[in-house]
Each structure stands twice: as C-alpha cells, then as structure tokens.
Design a protein. Structure first.
Ligand code: SAM
Length: 187
C-alpha cells in the first residue's frame, strides 16, 4: 500500500474494526462497511472522534453501488468474500470494486481456499459453498480458477499467495490476493 501511495481505503466487512485500527495507525483514511450491527456499534464506540475513519452500517454491495467511480486508492477485505454470496453477487461485487477504484488502485483481499480443512464439511448448498451450522456460517471457498473467473478485465492480479494459518485446533487455508486496476489511459 505504501509503495502504491495508498491514502484512502474502503474495507468491506470490517467485523469490529481491527484492521481499520492498523490502517489508521499508518495514516490511511479509512471507510469501513459492515452489515452486523454488533460489529458496527463496537467500532463506532472505538473510533469515536477519529476524523480519518468513516463507518457505514450497510450491505457492502449496496454501499459500493452508491459510490462514485474511480475515487478510491484501495479496496480491502479480510475473509469477507467467503460470506454466503452467489456467483452473480460475487461478479457484481468484483465489478463494483473495479469501478470504484482509481486507475492504479489496489484490490487487496483474503479468502478461504477450497483446500481448507473445512471444505466439504456441513451441507453442500451451492458450488464450493457449505453451510457449517451449528459450528459456523455458510461459506464459499475459492480456487485460483474461481478467483480468475470473478476478476474483471480491468483488474490485474499481481500477487497471489496460498498459505495455511490459524491456531492448532483451527487451521485454515487462505489465499492472499493483490490486484491492481489498469490505467486504460496508458494502453
Ligand atoms: C469472517 S468475518 C471477517 C471480519 C473482519 N474482516 C476480520 O478480519 O476480523 C466477515 C464479516 O463480513 C460481514 N458481512 C457479511 N456479509 C456482509 C455484507 N453483505 N456486507 C457487509 N458486511 C458483511 C460479517 O458481518 C463479518 O463481520
């Protein structure tokens, strides 16, 4: 983010805002969007008075659709795109992210991989999608191919790492992806 001169970021599905705190410590203006009232209210209390933080209680796609085009330096999400979205909704979210980013802006995200130990557990409700209740929510798992097929032409994947992490009793397998919006004016 530093090397790409990121000064403003939108975080989708910020939870209670731990990554917003990191961005703010690093001087990045942050707009966070979160659907859960519990997470949103916890963050509102924590970031009260911080003029560099804007918090929005909303569905992420609706927020993106309401945003102007080409304005953000970066769109970031951590394990948000695994939430229970259909392929059409994912395509819509990726397209909106590409639209709201400025040329050269970054899309940074992490998602659980289809090699994750949870993959295949629970009820199969859609392709690569499993309902883990009562142990967890419904999650969509990603492969390199699915990331590629959701990525619009205006975004280029410049880095993609697949790694294992998590505590001993809760290992997960995650893709970390960095995409850059093409500058069409230089093409
Ligand atoms: C796995 S949690 C990750 C939270 C946070 N990013 C973190 O790393 O701690 C996914 C978050 O996405 C939020 N979420 C789910 N659907 C959403 C939607 N449609 N719009 C915005 N946030 C949503 C959930 O409420 C939850 O806080």
């Amino acid at each position: 983010m530093r090397s790409h001169q990121v000064r403003s970021v939108v975080e989708l599905g910020f939870g209670y805002g731990r990554d917003i705190a990191f961005f703010r410590r690093n001087g990045i203006e942050t707009t966070g969007v979160e659907l859960s009232a519990v997470g949103y209210n916890a963050a509102i209390r924590h970031f009260r008075g911080d003029r560099g933080t804007t918090l929005i209680e909303s569905d992420a796609l609706s927020y993106l659709k309401s945003s102007r085009s080409g304005v953000w330096d970066a769109v970031y999400s951590n394990l948000f795109l695994n939430m229970h979205f259909t392929t059409e909704e994912h395509l819509d979210i990726f397209a909106e992210i590409a639209r709201v980013l400025r040329a050269g802006g970054l899309h940074l995200f992490s998602v659980r991989s289809n090699k994750d130990p949870w993959y295949g557990k629970g009820k199969h409700v859609a392709p690569d999608t499993f309902d883990h209740s009562p142990f967890g929510s419904t999650l969509v798992y990603f492969s390199s191919d699915s990331i590629k097929s959701l990525t619009p032409r205006s975004l280029t994947t410049v880095e993609q790492i697949e790694t294992e992490e998590g505590a001993n009793e809760f290992p997960i397998r995650v893709f970390y992806v960095l995409q850059v919006k093409k500058d069409v004016s230089t093409e």
